[in-house]
Design a binder for this molecule. Structure first.
Ligand code: GLP
Length: 240
């Protein structure tokens, strides 16, 4: 079973995970981080600002989980822009070493394979940060995703498009498709760290940690991983 760590609040979770990341980078300057978007990992990135200040991070590498398909990479809500704004720039990482799946229509046929090859060439992800959707999705692996899936194009559910509409002018502007690392890709990372805060995530967290292994709750895939840590506040742990 995944190790569950209950912390006081999101800030404490951010500090805890940031310290773990710093230790990794101290051991291996070219550590490969698995980066997630959404509001949940923000406290980790925030804590890393001070933890990494003054350290040499020029070798650190990173792979984001997912991207919208057909969005202009310069759109402020493309995951490329979000990762640049929240992670690359404030932490002073080398943008050449931080990868986001390519959601451009023209190359989408082979974008999944290309991304898998890039992760493989980097030697795999050392620590994968994960959030979880209220329906149990991780990355953009919505309910029904295969545990063996690799980076591929998926259709966003209506629920996820509604949840993410807050970042766009209207729901009509939320892309219909995404490209996401598969559950099988995520499971290959050497350490999974899933974070969740607030009552709204309690059901998904309980399903992921204690529920039956089910494609209907993609987060339950973490039970197949030998080194998964779940960092939650009391509210998100309330159904455990
Ligand atoms: C999006 C992202 C997921 C994220 C989820 C939850 O759909 N693709 O990676 O885990 O939202 O978002 P939040 O952390 O804002 O609750």
């Amino acid at each position: 079973m995944a190790e569950v760590v209950i912390v006081e609040n999101a800030e404490a979770a951010g500090a805890l995970v940031a310290r773990e990341i710093v230790q990794l980078i101290e051991r291996r300057p070219d550590t490969v981080l698995g980066l997630a978007t959404g509001s949940t990992p923000l406290p980790v990135y925030q804590a890393l600002r001070s933890e990494l200040a003054g350290r040499d991070v020029s070798q650190v590498r990173g792979f984001a989980l997912d991207e919208y398909v057909g969005i202009d990479p310069h759109h402020p809500e493309s995951y490329r822009s979000v990762i640049t704004r929240e992670v690359v720039e404030p932490l002073g990482l080398d943008p050449q070493r931080i990868h986001v799946p390519n959601g451009a229509q023209a190359t989408i046929q082979h974008a999944g394979e290309d991304y898998e090859a890039a992760i493989e060439a980097a030697g795999g992800v050392d620590l994968q940060i994960l959030g979880i959707g209220t329906d149990g999705h991780i990355g953009f692996n919505e309910p029904g995703s295969s545990f063996a899936s690799r980076t591929r194009v998926k259709t966003l559910t209506e629920q996820t498009r509604e949840d993410n509409a807050r970042f766009f002018d209207s729901i009509d502007d939320v892309p219909m498709h995404c490209i996401t690392q598969g559950l099988g890709t995520i499971l290959k990372a050497r350490h999974l760290v899933l974070l969740a805060f607030g009552e709204g995530k309690a059901e998904a967290v309980a399903g992921a940690v204690e529920g039956p292994l089910s494609a209907l709750l993609p987060g339950s895939a973490i039970q197949l991983h030998p080194h998964a840590t779940v960092v939650v506040d009391e509210a998100a742990a309330s159904r455990l």
